[in-house]
Ligand binder design. Structure first.
Ligand SMILES: [Ca+2]
Length: 200
């Protein structure tokens, strides 16, 4: 009997610890025309069907804003299958409807480590082999790059949060920050100065 009465409490505690470990929703600040966030503030990393390919993004601190960036922890020179694990899922809540453009502060250490799978719209998993970031300038510095121009980041109504998914394609690529901005061409120095959006 005792274990039966305790069960709801145990479930509640487990749920509470899960929620505590989950990143909060990133919110567009009032009056701003962008949402800005650190790559390390993702909510989940286990999307995918294959349990045989356990790959994750790992924290690193190479010249990253807020001290940390995410590096795709997979062998360089090999491409991950589309249905493998290794997704970072972000939950964003916009206040302003409109069309947004993706900017990312990324690093591609070499030609075999410069691509990632990125969903082409909100609220969908990565399920095609298209990707936003290919040919991130090779080097050991982070640079701001633009998302795929064919992607559609449209906010029609603002009641519900949306999700944005970044998945491992090649090992070694790094992401430091992401910005969704109403302006398509934002100078790098301006992106650097944007504050991170509040979380809630
Ligand atoms: Ca960062």
């Amino acid at each position: 009997m005792k274990s039966t009465t305790l069960l709801p409490t145990v479930i509640g505690l487990l749920l509470a610890s899960f929620l505590t470990a989950t990143a909060k929703t990133i919110q567009q600040a009032d009056g701003e025309n962008f949402v800005s966030f650190e790559a390390e503030h993702y909510k989940a990393s286990s999307e995918g069907e294959s349990n045989n390919n356990v790959v994750e993004w790992i924290l690193t601190d190479d010249d990253a804003s807020s001290g940390e960036a995410m590096r795709a922890n997979f062998q360089r020179g090999q491409v991950m299958p589309i249905n493998s694990k290794g997704a970072m899922v972000y939950e964003l809540k916009f206040a302003e409807p409109g069309v947004y453009h993706l900017h990312a502060r990324a690093m591609g250490p070499d030609g075999a480590s410069d691509t990632a799978f990125i969903a082409q719209e909100w609220n969908v998993p990565v399920e095609s082999d298209s990707y936003h970031f290919a040919g991130v300038p090779e080097g050991s510095q982070f640079v701001w790059i633009k998302g795929n121009p064919n992607a559609e980041w449209v906010i029609r109504e603002t009641e519900e949060p949306v999700t944005f998914v970044v998945k491992i394609r090649e090992g070694g690529i790094l992401f430091d920050r992401f910005v969704f901005h109403k302006v398509k061409n934002v100078p790098a120095e301006e992106l650097d100065e944007l504050p991170n959006s509040p979380k809630n």
